[in-house]
Write a protein that binds this ligand. Sequence first.
Ligand code: CO
Length: 133
Amino acid sequence: MLTSINHIGIAVKDLEASIEVFRKIFQFENIHREVVEEQGVSVGSFKVGDVLIELTQPTREDSPVGKFLEKKGEGIHHIGFNTDNIQGDLDRLKAEGVQLINEVPRPGAHDMQIAFLHPKSTNGVLTEICQHK
Ligand code: CO
């Protein structure tokens, strides 16, 4: 079951510059940095309440975020929702006719298992579900 918002992913061209922009807004002291090779991204994340904001710069142009930037430019890329049973939710959603990008979970940032639902099935909002290992 999807229980809460885990994070909001924002596609950026220049991670260091965007960290400074968001630092002015949210006044965070610490930022968590991580490269997720699997997704082709370099991530800087900070918390607003219980929700992570993930500033995401592609590490290669042909990564999903790289293609997104090329097509749509910078902005909100996806919303990540916590689930207590990622494979169960993927199976349920598939049975409901929701188009999945990942039918089995993949490794994501913050040591989570993640999977994406196709924006064609979600009114254009790229939706991620994620579960802590
Ligand atoms: Co994400």
